[in-house]
Write a protein that binds this ligand. Structure first.
Ligand SMILES: C[S@@+](CC[C@H](N)C(=O)[O-])C[C@H]1O[C@@H](n2cnc3c(N)ncnc32)[C@H](O)[C@@H]1O
Length: 270
């Protein structure tokens, strides 16, 4: 793909989703768009660009689906879940009975189901809900289905697996499959939400937000906008978890670092 075409894709990705496609990603973008070009019967990326610009929005969703990286795992960066468990157990012991959580780039569901698996025993008898959002409708579909293969369930501790999932008949490929149990799915609401579009259409106050391994694709102004929205939606003292490779350094915020990748909103005035 020529440099001008790549720059045009870069501009659309940034404008629509805040995603910053670095120079040097042209080959990757080309490879990821190849399938969509074939489906549409288009010969060149330039033609696809024209289609994208002419489209009212649906093709933009598919474009963002194609270029976004959805890698995730159950129990990824596991220390965060220990922190969440301890935090929530302490709040419950202190008398709190209503909890609201948000997983803000939930990909194919492994992260929100991990959160639900951790919260379930601690919050038995409480009113708790988890909102799980992503920009990609493709991964949200997989998340809502909640069915995973043997490689995907790999990271789930053996004592947790049967509590959270049940074996279901193999798929067409003959591989064993596991489905998330209904009582975990019932706790989670899956929605499409673009972190680049403000204000976010929900009301707080939230007790914790997971926004992991997505801000790495955003530049600083975009990150500052996202974090500003999080501040608005959480209660004082709430936790924000970001990816281990990410940081809020250089962003003006009332979130204070507890340790790398774990932040807490200052308890003074909201
Ligand atoms: C690398 S995955 C991380 C998934 C999970 N949070 C984790 O840490 O395992 C990044 C996710 O961010 C989503 N994403 C990218 N840009 C986004 C945006 N502007 N708004 C919402 N989600 C976005 C992608 O679709 C993808 O599912």
């Amino acid at each position: 793909m020529d440099a001008t075409t790549f720059k045009d894709f870069q501009a659309i990705a940034y404008e629509k989703a805040g995603i910053f496609l670095r120079e040097g990603k042209a080959a990757l973008v080309q490879a990821r768009l190849a399938k969509r070009l074939r489906e549409l019967g288009l010969a060149t990326e330039r033609e696809y660009l024209d289609r994208l610009r002419a489209d009212g929005g649906e093709e933009v969703v598919l474009f963002l689906d194609a270029i976004s990286t959805n890698f995730t795992r159950f129990f990824r960066e596991p220390d965060h879940f220990d922190t969440l468990r301890d935090e929530v157990a302490a709040a419950r012991a202190g008398g709190q009975r209503r909890f609201r959580f948000w997983c803000a780039a939930s990909s194919s569901g492994e992260e929100p189901y991990t959160i639900a698996a951790v919260l379930d025993p601690v919050l038995e008898g409480c009113d708790w809900r988890l909102l799980a959002t992503d920009i990609s409708t493709r991964v949200l579909g997989r998340a809502q289905a909640g069915v995973y293969g043997p490689e995907e369930i790999d990271g789930i501790p053996p004592d947790v697996l049967p509590r959270v999932m049940e074996r279901v008949p193999p798929g067409e490929d003959g591989h064993e499959r596991w489905a998330v149990r209904d009582r975990f799915k019932e706790r989670i609401v899956f929605r499409r939400l673009n972190l680049a579009v403000h204000p976010y259409p929900m009301s707080g106050p939230l007790d914790a937000i997971f926004c992991r391994n997505v801000m790495i694709y955003f530049d600083r102004p975009m990150r500052a906008g996202v974090v500003g929205e999080f501040e608005r939606l959480v209660r004082p003292g709430a936790l924000l978890f970001i990816g281990h490779a990410e940081t809020l350094n250089g962003i003006p915020t009332r979130f204070r670092s507890e340790r790398p990748s774990v932040y807490r909103l200052a308890r003074e005035a909201r």
